[in-house]
Write a new protein. Structure first.
Length: 99
């Protein structure tokens, strides 16, 4: 036996399944539509606020990139120094092991 939802046409196996479908899908959808209805002016205000925030965040990118590059440069210098130390230690070890 199959029952069909008269709202969306979805076919379900049982009446219980249909009741659950209507409760979870359509009541939720209707409630969301009612609670999220906005005027065009409200939507434009939200969009303008989003764009303003996007511009502010985008303007920060060059500074953040510079900070990252400065950190990478510092890390590179530290790594070069550590490599030099390791070479010195290896050279001393090699000279000791030859004796």
């Amino acid at each position: 036996m199959s029952v069909k939802c008269e709202i969306c046409g979805k076919e379900l196996k049982t009446n219980q399944g249909l009741r659950g479908h209507k409760n979870f899908v359509h009541n939720t959808i209707i409630a969301e539509e009612l609670s999220t209805q906005m005027t065009t002016e409200e939507r434009l205000d939200d969009l303008e606020e989003f764009i303003r925030e996007l511009v502010i965040q985008t303007a920060r990118i060059p500074g953040l990139l510079k900070t990252c590059l400065d950190c990478m440069k510092g890390q590179s210098e530290i790594i070069s120094y550590l490599i030099t130390l390791l070479k010195d230690v290896k050279a001393k070890y090699d000279s000791c092991s030859l004796q």
